[in-house]
Design a protein around this ligand. Structure first.
Ligand code: NDP
Length: 483
C-alpha cells in the first residue's frame, strides 16, 4: 500500500497539557483548514487526567479558538476535526496504558484493513521521555510493520548537559532508530528561519559577500521582554544558556554560518550544520558576559542568592576558511526592552574615505528580522540632497506582511507536525548535532557572578563592553521606530 493511502495516527502523550492545548492541536486545526492534514488522520490524546472524549474535545476547542491561526470561525471545519480526536486516560509508567493503546491501534488497523502509520508526540516533562519510549518498545509499538512507519517526536529540552543528552540519545536509540526520531527545536519551524536558507542559497548576489572577505562581524539576538514569572521553578535549573543559547541561538548560528549543502535534504543540511558546530571556538570566560535582571531574586521559586543568569552575550569564532577571524556575537535575555529576534551581518568599512565630510561613515549592515517584524533590511549610505557630498544611512527592505499579506505565515508547529508526518527531518535536530551543542555549552554553565541589569533595559553594561572591545555596538532590533 502506498504511504499516502495509509491512515496515520498521531498519539500525543501529555494531551492534558499546555503545549497540546496552545500549540499542537491549534496547529493541526490550521493544517486541516488549509487542506494539508493527511486524509483520515486520527489524533489520540493520552494523559493521566480524567476526560471523556467530549470533555477532551471541549478543552481542545477552547485552545483552537484562542490560539489557532485558522479558528473554527474562519474555516467552519470544527465538527469533523473534533471527531478525529479521542482520549485515553492512563499513567505514562503503567504497562496497562500501552496495552490499551495497542488495542486501540489494532482496532483501527482492522477497520482500515492495513496497519497504519504512527506518530508518537512526547508533550510531557523531559523525565518522562525515556519512560514512554521504553514502554512503547516493550509493547511492540516502536515498529509499525508491513510497510507502515512509526516515528517519535521529542520536545525540548533534550538533556541538560552533554552527558544527559548523550544518555538520552543512547536510551531512545535502544528503542527507535535515528531515522524514526524527530527532536523539536520549534525555531526551525519558523518561516523566517527557513528563509535564511532561501535568502542565502536562492539568490546569487548575497552569497559571494557572505564571508570573512566582506563581513566584519555577525550579531545574533534573541531578546525577550517578559521576565520568568511563574516559570521560575523551571528557570532556576536552566538559566539562559539551557533555555535559549544551546538550542535557538546555536541553531541560528549554524544556519547563518553553514556552507551550501549539496542537496536540500535532511542529511546534507544537518551535515553542514554539524560542521559549523565542530568549528565553533570561544576563548572561555573573557568571551562571555552573564546578566541577571534586578528583581529576579524576588521571584517565587528562586533560591536566595541565586546566580542563575537571565542574560548572556557570547563571542564565538567559527574556525574555517569562510569565517576565520570574524566574531559572531550571540545574545539572549529576559526582561529586555523589547522582544525581537534578528541576525545582523555588519559589513567591513570602506577601505578608503573618499568624502572627507563623512568621517563616521557607517558600515553597511544586513538584518534578517526573524520576529516579531518578519522582514529583511539592507542599510547603505546615500548622498543627502543638497550641496557637498554629505551622506546618510538609508534602508532597503522586504516585509512578509507587505508582500504576502498579514497572517500569511504558518505557525512553526504546523510545519513541524506536517514534516514529521511526511518523514522529512530537515528541520529537526540530529543526535550528533544536539550533543555537539551541549559540548559547547557545558564549560559555560558554572555560575559566575552575573551582572545586574534593569528590566526594560538592553542588558548589562558588560555586554556593550564586549562589543566595544572590538569597536562594535549592538543593533537593537529591526523595529520600525529605530530605522
Ligand atoms: P505541562 O506541564 O503542561 O505538562 C504536560 C502534561 O504532562 C500535563 O498535562 C500532565 O498531564 C503531564 N505531567 C506533568 N507533570 C507530570 C509529572 N510530574 N509526572 C507525570 N506527568 C506529568 O507541560 P507543557 O505542555 O507545557 O510542555 C510539555 C513538553 O513540551 C515539555 O517537555 C516542555 O519543555 C515542552 N515545551 C513546551 C512548550 C510550551 O509552550 N508549553 C514550548 C516548548 C517546549 P497529566 O497529569 O494529565 O498526565
Amino acid at each position: 500500500m502506498a504511504e499516502r493511502e495509509r491512515t496515520s495516527t498521531v498519539v500525543i502523550f501529555g494531551a492534558s497539557g499546555d503545549l497540546t492545548q496552545r500549540k499542537l492541536v491549534p496547529a493541526l486545526h490550521s493544517l486541516a483548514c488549509e487542506g494539508l492534514l493527511p486524509e483520515g488522520v486520527r489524533i489520540l490524546g493520552v494523559a493521566r487526567s480524567a476526560y471523556s472524549d467530549e470533555a477532551y474535545r471541549a478543552r481542545l476547542y477552547e485552545g483552537v479558538e484562542a490560539y489557532a491561526r485558522r479558528t473554527p470561525q474562519t474555516c467552519q471545519l470544527w465538527g469533523g476535526f473534533a471527531d478525529q480526536h479521542t482520549y485515553l486516560q492512563g499513567s505514562y509508567d503503567d504497562p496497562e496504558t500501552y496495552r490499551q493503546l495497542a488495542v486501540r491501534l489494532k482496532v483501527w488497523d482492522s477497520a482500515d484493513g492495513a496497519p497504519g502509520n504512527r506518530l508518537y508526540y512526547l508533550a510531557v516533562p523531559p523525565a518522562l521521555y525515556p519512560v514512554i519510549a521504553d514502554h512503547l518498545g516493550r509493547a511492540g509499538l516502536n515498529r509499525a510493520g508491513n510497510g507502515a512507519w512509526s516515528r517519535i517526536v521529542i520536545e525540548k529540552p533534550f538533556g541538560r548537559d552533554h552527558a544527559s543528552a548523550r544518555a538520552l540519545n543512547d536510551h531512545i536509540h535502544g528503542v527507535f532508530d535515528e531515522a524514526q526520531i524527530f527532536r523539536i527545536d520549534h525555531y526551525l519551524g519558523k518561516e523566517t528561519v527557513q528563509n535564511i536558507l532561501t535568502f542565502r542559497f536562492a539568490n546569487a548576489i548575497f552569497e559571494p559577500l557572505w564571508s570573512r572577505s566582506y563581513i566584519d562581524h555577525v550579531q545574533i539576538s534573541v531578546a525577550e521582554s517578559v521576565v520568568v514569572g511563574r516559570r521560575a521553578g523551571y528557570y532556576e535549573g536552566a538559566g539562559i544558556l539551557r533555555d535559549m543559547v544551546q538550542n535557538h541561538l546555536l541553531q541560528l548560528l549554524t544556519l547563518t554560518a553553514m556552507e551550501p549543502p549539496s542537496a536540500f535534504n535532511a542529511q546534507s543540511l544537518r551535515d553542514e550544520k554539524v560542521k559549523v558546530l565542530q568549528a565553533v571556538r570561544s576563548s572561555g570566560p573573557r568571551d562571555i558576559v552573564f546578566g541577571q535582571y534586578a528583581g529576579y531574586l524576588d521571584e517565587d521559586g528562586v533560591a536566595p542568592g541565586s546566580q542563575t543568569p537571565t542574560y548572556a552575550a557570547w563571542r564565538v569564532f567559527v574556525d574555517n576558511w569562510r569565517w576565520q577571524g570574524v566574531p559572531f556575537y550571540l545574545r539572549s535575555g529576559k526582561g529586555l526592552r523589547r522582544k525581537f529576534t534578528e541576525i545582523t551581518l555588519q559589513f567591513k568599512r570602506v577601505p578608503h574615505l573618499l568624502f572627507p565630510e563623512n568621517e563616521n561613515l557607517s558600515p553597511n549592515h544586513l538584518s534578517l528580522c526573524i520576529q516579531p517584524d518578519e522582514s529583511i533590511h539592507l542599510t547603505f549610505e546615500t548622498k543627502q540632497p543638497g550641496a557637498g557630498m554629505r551622506t546618510a544611512p538609508v534602508h532597503m527592505g522586504f516585509s512578509y506582511a507587505q508582500d504576502f499579506g498579514a497572517g500569511a505565515l504558518p505557525e512553526a508547529y504546523e510545519r513541524l507536525l506536517l514534516d514529521a508526518m511526511q518523514g522529512d527531518a530537515s528541520l529537526f535536530t540530529r543526535a550528533d548535532e544536539i550533543e555537539l551543542a551541549w559540548q559547547l555549552i557545558d564549560p559555560l554553565t558554572r555560575p559566575r557572578d552575573p551582572q545586574a541589569y534593569e528590566v526594560g533595559s538592553w542588558g548589562p553594561a558588560g555586554a556593550d563592553a564586549l562589543l566595544a572591545e572590538d569597536g562594535g555596538a549592538w543593533h537593537h532590533g529591526c523595529a520600525q521606530e529605530e530605522r
